[in-house]
Design a binder for this molecule. Structure first.
Ligand code: ADP
Length: 795
């Protein structure tokens, strides 16, 4: 016992449960040597030195097996256990180093000296203390097991040093790591290590909690499912007494739908498959959707199919003004259908089923014409006349064969094609099925949609139309197909071959007037819940709407404008501003705003440098103006108005022709070098193309160059060659109707187009004068108010 710091005390080797200074712990001493030591200490001042053995597996450690640094502790309380072991509450006092062992048997005794620590207190140290406290609380919230009293102790301990010892006690780390914490003489370093340890512990606790939450959820879900399945089984047993209610319903529906034998077999097979499936098999819902389709299709539901021609004629006339020829064609067509039906009936009575099939096949008509000319509504009328259901499917933009014929069932989200969808929608197997826009159907890598369509339409094949989704054939031979198109050019050849074309050329102004007066106004009065007692429309007002607010071959926009007027009137009546109204021309402008179109032909004067051409678009024919301005310059030709390449080339050709014939047209030899020429075709935003404006362009140029006015009531169409020849063009019929509508009196056409006038209605031809030309030279005397002097002398 040399220095005052030194003292000799009994020493106990501990395997685990290190006790730090200022902390308490209950240790269990079972080894004889330890029990002896305790008893020895209890006889004296109850102080012992607790020191860890380096390896906990050593049963009877020697002094070399022990660490050098330990803790002096006082034995506060002891309880002897059943097997003689001592449970002792010990309280750590201070950290000591064992300098010398004075005794090894029967117990260890040695000299120890107090170890001083470096206790620099600063902000960092305080921050660490705070951080650790928070983390410990967090760890406790996450489930770390810490005695409540201990927790209070931690939070209330005085010095950072004591705090560090308490924390070291509760950290979830190895005994060896605890020993290292004990041996650390720099308080700050100990806290740093403790920060690391507690951070890590919190993180692990968080992960653990997450995992256990997930496992818990999984477990609960599993439990719930098993429970529900059991419950369902019981319910099913209670209810169904064998077959599931659902399955029974399907079976009944299959029988009720009177499907053909082959289809019924297929349906029952699928039903069997369904019955063997678990309710939770996703496949089951696919099978159900399939069965739904099969049972919902009208395998044997038909509307009556005899035709009363007189009645049909009455209905067609009731619904539509004019269209005389078309209606006649349709009635003839219906007569043929009726005849076939009667013969088929006879054949069936004779038991000749094959003959029946052949006799009872309607061909396919195709209504061709611009939008709004009544194709759809005539289709509806025919359905009404025949007392059949009406369905309409648009085929515009379809490229994929599967759109027509369905996707195979292996395809996710598969459905039948549009034909079968339409049949289901109709609910009968003999509806009037209108296939809209067959000119917009196409073909690409996904198959040829038009080929599939042909199969559906072709009377030779369509009694067993196969849809990929259905897998069983459906008999389409009773369906009355009507197709529609805006133009014939883009309909695939094979399809076109089978169609019986009925042309809807568009309406004249006079026809439109009758349509609006006798049909559209009445229709819109009903649609707006008004009555003829409340609203009347003056004839002049209707004409104004036609002339000033629409420019179309059909009457769709016209109908929209009329609806626009009635909407406003309906509002005024509801707001009690008026009780009834007789719509005048002034009212039209009030309701519909400023005029949308001015009638350029009727109002315009003969003008220099503007010619009138005729154009043809999908929306029907139209007139178009070609403006040419000449200005001083260097021979530049400018083209504007959204012209396509072909039209631009027409301008070049026209100019070249004029330049090559400068003398004949009375122009100066090098006139072109001193001028710039600008050709513009309003309306600038609408794309225009095609060669058919060639003559009109050349005429406009000549009018401008020779300062000779163009006649307002003349319009022309025709391609021009470099030699000034007039070449044949297409769309004559639509163009002529448009010219008539616009109030043109004289139409100039290439000679070769004469034949195209044949199927234009007489009432249109009546008011028009046609001039057939071979050359631009033939055009000038008709189109210009007078011939420039030089041309006269030259020709
Ligand atoms: P499309 O199918 O040719 O595009 P719609 O059949 O939709 O044209 O016709 C547009 C509107 O014009 C419909 O309300 C239709 O009833 C009406 N309509 C067209 N032509 C006539 C006509 N000749 N008589 C009466 N109404 C007509």
């Amino acid at each position: 016992m040399g220095s005052p710091n030194q003292t000799t005390l009994p020493i106990i080797a501990v395997r685990d449960g290190i006790v730090f200074p200022k902390t308490e712990n209950v240790l269990i001493f079972g080894r004889l040597k330890s029990i002896t030591t305790i008893n020895e200490a209890l006889k004296k001042d109850k102080r012992i030195v607790l020191v860890m053995q380096r390896s906990s597996s050593v049963e009877d450690p020697k002094k070399e097996d022990l660490y050098d640094i330990g803790v002096i502790a006082t034995i506060e309380k002891t309880v002897v256990g059943e097997k003689g072991e001592i449970n002792a509450l010990v309280k750590g006092v201070e950290k000591v180093r064992i300098t010398e062992y004075t005794k090894e048997t029967p117990y260890f005794e040695g000299t120890v000296e107090k170890v001083e620590e470096i206790l620099d207190d600063d902000n960092e140290l305080q921050a660490m203390v705070k951080h650790i406290s928070l983390q410990v609380k967090k760890a406790i919230n996450l489930g770390k097991a810490v005695d409540f009293v201990f927790l209070m102790n931690i939070l209330n301990v005085g010095t950072p040093q004591d705090f560090s010892y308490h924390i070291a006690m509760v950290l979830d780390i190895k005994e060896k790591e605890k020993q290292l914490l004990l041996e650390e003489n720099n308080l700050k370093m100990r806290l740093i290590n403790e920060v690391d340890y507690i951070n890590k512990e919190v993180k692990i606790l968080e992960i653990e909690q997450n995992i256990s939450a997930k496992t818990q959820r999984k477990f609960e879900k599993g439990m719930k499912e098993t429970f529900l399945k059991e419950k369902m089984k019981t319910i099913e047993e209670e209810l169904g007494g064998g077959e599931d209610k659902d399955l029974k319903e399907y079976r009944d529906k299959i029988i009720a739908s009177k499907m053909p034998k082959q289809v019924e077999e297929k349906a029952l097979k699928e039903l069997k498959r369904l019955s063997q499936m678990s309710q939770f098999n996703p496949e089951a819902s696919y099978v159900k959707t399939y069965l739904d389709w099969l049972v919902d299709l009208p395998w044997s539901t038909t509307s009556t199919s005899n035709v009363d021609i007189k009645q049909a004629e009455k209905i067609l006339n009731e619904d539509h003004f004019g269209l005389k020829k078309i209606k006649e064609r349709i009635l003839e067509y219906l007569a043929v259908i009726e005849l076939r039906r009667q013969k088929a009936e006879v054949a069936q009575k004779d038991g000749n089923a094959e003959k029946k099939k052949k006799e009872y096949q309607p061909t396919i008509i195709c209504f061709v014409g611009p939008p709004g000319v009544g194709k759809t509504s005539l289709g509806r009328s025919i359905a009404r006349a025949l007392d059949r259901k009406f369905v309409k499917m648009s085929l515009g933009g379809i490229r994929d064969e599967a759109e027509i014929r369905g996707h195979r069932r292996t395809y996710v989200g598969a459905l039948p094609g549009r034909i079968i969808q339409g049949i289901k929608q109709a609910g009968t197997k003999n509806p009037l099925f209108m296939l809209d826009e067959i000119d917009k159907i196409g073909r690409d890598y996904r198959g040829d949609a038009s080929a599939a369509l042909l199969e559906a339409l072709d009377p030779e094949q369509n009694h067993a139309f196969s849809d990929h989704y259905l897998e069983v054939p459906f008999d389409l031979s009773d369906v009355f197909f009507i197709t529609t198109a805006n133009m014939l050019d883009t309909i695939p050849e094979a399809l076109l071959d089978r169609l019986e074309i009925i042309n809807f050329p568009g309406y004249t102004e006079d026809e439109k007037f009758h349509i609006v007066k006798d049909y559209l106004v009445k229709k819109q009065i009903d649609a707006h819940s008004l009555s003829t007692a409340e609203v009347q429309v003056h004839d002049a007002a209707m004409k104004t709407i036609i002339r000033r607010y629409t420019r179309e071959a059909g009457v769709r926009e016209l109908e929209r404008q009329v609806a626009g007027v009635f909407r406003k009137i309906a509002r005024e009546i509801v707001e009690k501003k008026i009780t009834k109204k007789a719509v005048t021309t002034t009212d039209v402008s009030k309701y519909l705003g400023p005029y949308k179109y001015s009638n350029q032909i009727i109002e315009g004067k003969n003008t220099i440098g503007i010619s009138t051409g005729l154009a043809w678009t999908q929306a029907g024919g139209d007139i178009l103006f070609i403006e040419v301005a000449i200005m001083p310059g260097k021979g530049v030709l400018t083209l504007t108005g959204h012209l396509g390449d072909v039209m631009k080339e027409s301008c070049q050709a026209a100019l070249s022709y004029i330049r090559s014939r400068w003398e004949k047209f009375g122009l100066k030899k090098d006139f072109f070098h001193n001028f710039d020429i600008h050709v513009h075709v309003p309306e600038g935003a609408v794309p225009k193309d095609g060669p058919s404006a060639g003559l009109a362009i050349a005429t406009a140029m000549l009018s401008a160059l020779t300062k000779t006015p163009f006649r307002r009531d003349v319009a022309m169409t025709g391609e021009i060659t470099l030699r000034g020849r007039a070449l044949e063009i297409g769309g004559v019929k639509e163009k002529v109707i448009a010219a008539h509508r616009a109030g043109i009196k004289t139409i100039i056409l290439p000679k070769d187009n004469k034949k195209d006038l044949e199927d234009i209605p007489d009432y249109i031809l009546k008011g028009l004068k046609f001039v057939y030309v071979e050359n631009l030279d033939d055009v000038l005397p008709v189109a210009l108010t007078h011939l420039p002097r030089t041309v006269k002398s030259g020709s």
